[in-house]
Design a protein around this ligand. Structure first.
Ligand SMILES: [Zn+2]
Length: 278
């Protein structure tokens, strides 16, 4: 991942007894340009992009190797081709938010699994589960909505931000690591990165940003941004024991449909232009 626009950097100091310990170097950054949807919140990072990326690459390779061993990796050629085509069209539009993303080592894979799930790790490592496609009887526009949303999380580096928040919150451990030396701090950073990448629910703020950037990416790629509304309604209809895995990492919100309606309308002209271009 390339460097993003750094707005300011700071060094924190914490007092331990009578001793002042210089601590985590933190930076306030803008990971993305604001786009037509106007996402412009500044983010504070204390874990490096390299740490997160290294961790993501490792985890992604592990998941894919395991799936491959069980013949569950891109098993349905037509399904894979469909997902890859949509992903490629979305990726092409990422410079609207961050020009460096075109240089990322993007990967797209379809996993054979009953789970209704999809994610994009930092640096552009995408996974779509066949359960998402089959159980939702998903359309191309809706697939673009899911992938657009997930790609948006990666562009905004939400995992890195979450890992940074945890590192900052856990002052005790950070002090210990600082006192013990940089080696341990690096190791600790690695652990935070792991926690941040998979499985934890996204915050409301991160979800809103991913929704808004997601509809714009879809619209620019020529997919109907209004499909995002339908998608979340379909997700919500799978209830009971079948609660989609996706819903635990993307907690449903009462105001999501309202926000998606507003922002998908806002980017509708981009969709019309993309369609006109063919
Ligand atoms: Zn999300």
């Amino acid at each position: 991942m390339q460097t993003q626009h750094i707005i300011s950097s700071c060094r924190k100091a914490f007092i331990v007894g009578a001793m002042i310990v210089p601590l985590t170097a933190c930076q306030t950054v803008k990971t993305t340009q604001s786009g037509a949807v106007g996402v412009d919140r500044q983010q504070r990072m204390s874990v490096s992009a390299q740490t997160i990326e290294k961790s993501a690459n490792k985890q992604y390779a592990q998941v894919m190797a395991e799936a491959s061993k069980k013949d569950k990796l891109n098993a349905d050629t037509a399904q894979y081709a469909r997902v890859k085509t949509i992903a490629d069209r979305l990726i092409k539009q990422t410079p609207a938010f961050r020009p460096d993303a075109l240089n990322w080592q993007w990967e797209v894979n379809v996993l054979t699994s009953g789970e209704v799930n999809a994610w994009c790790m930092p640096g552009g490592k995408i996974a779509v589960y066949s359960g998402l496609i089959e159980k939702l009887n998903i359309t191309d526009d809706e697939l673009a909505a899911v992938m657009g949303h997930e790609i948006a999380h990666a562009l905004r580096e939400h995992s890195r931000e979450r890992a940074s928040e945890q590192a900052i919150a856990d002052v005790g451990i950070t002090i210990l690591a600082t006192v013990a030396g940089l080696g341990q701090l690096g190791q600790r950073g690695m652990e935070y990165a792991y926690q941040g990448l998979l499985g934890l629910p996204n915050s409301r703020e991160h979800e809103t940003e991913a929704d808004r950037i997601g509809v714009e990416l879809a619209a620019r790629a020529g997919y109907d941004p209004r499909a995002a509304i339908n998608l979340w309604q379909k997700m919500g209809q799978i209830g009971g024991k079948e609660q989609p895995k996706f819903m635990s990492t993307h907690p449903p919100r009462a105001d999501r449909v309202k926000d998606l309606t507003r922002y998908s309308q806002k980017v509708l002209p981009l969709y019309e232009q993309a369609k006109a271009r063919g």
